[in-house]
Design a binder for this molecule. Structure first.
Ligand code: 4AD
Length: 435
């Protein structure tokens, strides 16, 4: 029967075969209903004593929620049925059974605790709102690939087992690698730069990044999906921001075009951001915050609270959810960052803030060997430990820059989810290593 199977979204008329999970059973003795669910939706199976073989009623008596069945039957109009159609079964086959007590209710209106949901993620994924999140995430990834390919970027795949930290030494995961010291990659930073120096000019990667961060926040994971890009022959970080904003615009346009049903299901109203996205320097941001009575030490980063307040100020003052925070202090940026020519305490770098949370970090990179070496020492990075990286700047490195975008955070904020874990299939955090 399975080879004739059609999706519940394709049910029109005549004889059909559908397969899926028994989501609900309603039993009125001589009249029994099954709500059968598959990826695309649900359909009602209606079995009346005088309309179906008695064997069918016996099979339905044996069924429990989340059993997997295949049903052959005839489609009939019924305005009371969900979707206006029902199937009168001729044959029901049980493909597999489920335990009778479920650790998680799939159709329940009451929201289960996130930890219970994640412990039973395989069941949680059967909820249509959860599926909608991942259908959208799939389309976002698709749009990202399309955007980069259309704009001449080459997709790369860089190693995730690495010999050194790239962002800061504090949050790398050490791993056992035979007799050597090794880590899980925090970012493809050095390798994406290596590809540009290697002559690829424009590259991108969508891959996991690992951070040993013991934070318990709604926006930190220990493994997240990073969208990285690196671009050669730029004039400044401004060229990188242009790519970021065009990418964001493209993603929003495609999601609006392709995910109407899913956005409706999640009650999300999206609008495509207007370009150019507002740029505000860190120095201006300190002043804006100061005016609201929140003072940040000159040259410091914005903490979570300040970032949130900054997002709020920008929303009220400029009516936008997106803002580029530019010219970060040298003090808080990694050694590879390009400093402003006449103001070396400030850098040619930026973050993109969306609804008060950082989703992108980027900037121009220092490509001049001697300066890079001295910046490296200034930040306390041992040059011998990153010799392979430094070496490439001796053989003709063009000016370049790039960015890293946290995909999980983007999805969380785009869909108004309350936690980044909801945007991630099987999230990893300091406590969670399974499922
Ligand atoms: O700000 P980060 O650490 O920057 C880099 O990795 C640079 N190599 C990027 C570059 O090309 N200059 O991380 C970039 C983005 C953040 O803005 C955030 O969206 C996401 O990655 N991110 C995390 N997402 C979830 N959990 C975490 N622990 C994250 N850490 C960073």
């Amino acid at each position: 029967m399975l080879e004739e199977r059609i999706s519940t979204s394709n049910i029109k008329s005549g004889s059909v075969v559908v397969a899926g999970w028994v989501r609900e059973i309603r039993d009125f003795g001589k009249l029994k209903f099954i709500i059968l669910a598959d990826r695309e939706g649900e359909v009602q199976i209606t079995a009346k004593a005088n309309e179906v073989e008695s064997e069918i009623l016996e099979i339905i008596d044996k069924l429990g929620k989340e059993d997997v069945i295949v049903v052959k039957g005839n489609v009939r109009e019924n305005e009371k049925a969900p979707g206006g159609k029902e199937i009168v079964p001729e044959k029901i086959e049980i493909l597999n059974t489920s335990e009778r007590v479920l650790p998680l209710e799939i159709r329940s209106k009451a929201k289960a605790e996130l930890s219970t949901r994640l412990d039973n993620r395989f069941l949680d994924l059967r909820k249509k709102e959860v599926l909608a999140i991942f259908k959208i995430r799939s389309q976002v990834a698709n749009a990202i690939r399309e955007f980069f390919h259309e704009n001449g970027f080459i997709e790369i795949h860089t190693p995730k087992i690495v010999a050194s930290a790239t962002e800061s030494g504090a949050n790398v995961f050490p791993i056992l690698y035979f007799e050597k010291e090794a880590f899980l990659a925090q970012s493809p930073q050095f390798y994406k730069q290596a590809c540009v120096v290697g002559g690829f000019e424009k590259v991108f990667e969508i891959a996991p990044a690992f951070r040993a961060e013991k934070h318990h926040t709604i926006r930190h994971l220990t493994e997240y999906t990073s969208v990285d890009a690196e671009i050669g022959f730029i004039k400044s970080h401004e060229d990188v921001m242009k790519v970021v904003e065009n990418l964001i615009k493209y993603i929003f346009e495609k999601v609006l075009e392709r995910c109407k049903k899913e956005l409706n299901m999640l009650n999300v109203e999206l609008s495509v951001p207007k370009l150019p996205i507002k740029r505000i320097t860190m120095r201006e941001a300190y002043k804006l915050l100061e005016k609201e009575g929140y003072s940040v030490e000159y040259g410091d980063e914005l903490n979570t609270e300040a970032e949130k307040l900054f997002g709020k100020i920008v929303k009220e003052k400029f009516g936008t959810d997106f803002v580029f925070l530019t010219e970060f202090p040298w003090k808080v940026r990694p050694f590879y960052t390009y400093r402003k020519e006449n103001e070396p305490e400030w850098t040619k770098s930026f973050d993109l803030i969306y609804k008060g949370i950082e989703i992108v970090t980027g900037g121009q990179r220092e490509h001049r060997y001697e300066i890079l070496l001295s910046q490296c020492k200034e930040k306390g990075v041992t040059p011998e430990k990153i010799e392979f990286y430094l070496k490439m700047f001796k053989y003709g490195a063009p000016p370049h820059g790039g960015f890293g975008l946290g995909l999980d955070r983007l999805i969380m904020l785009m869909l108004n989810l309350s936690n980044v874990r909801e945007a991630t299939l099987f999230p990893r955090d300091p406590e969670r290593l399974e499922p």
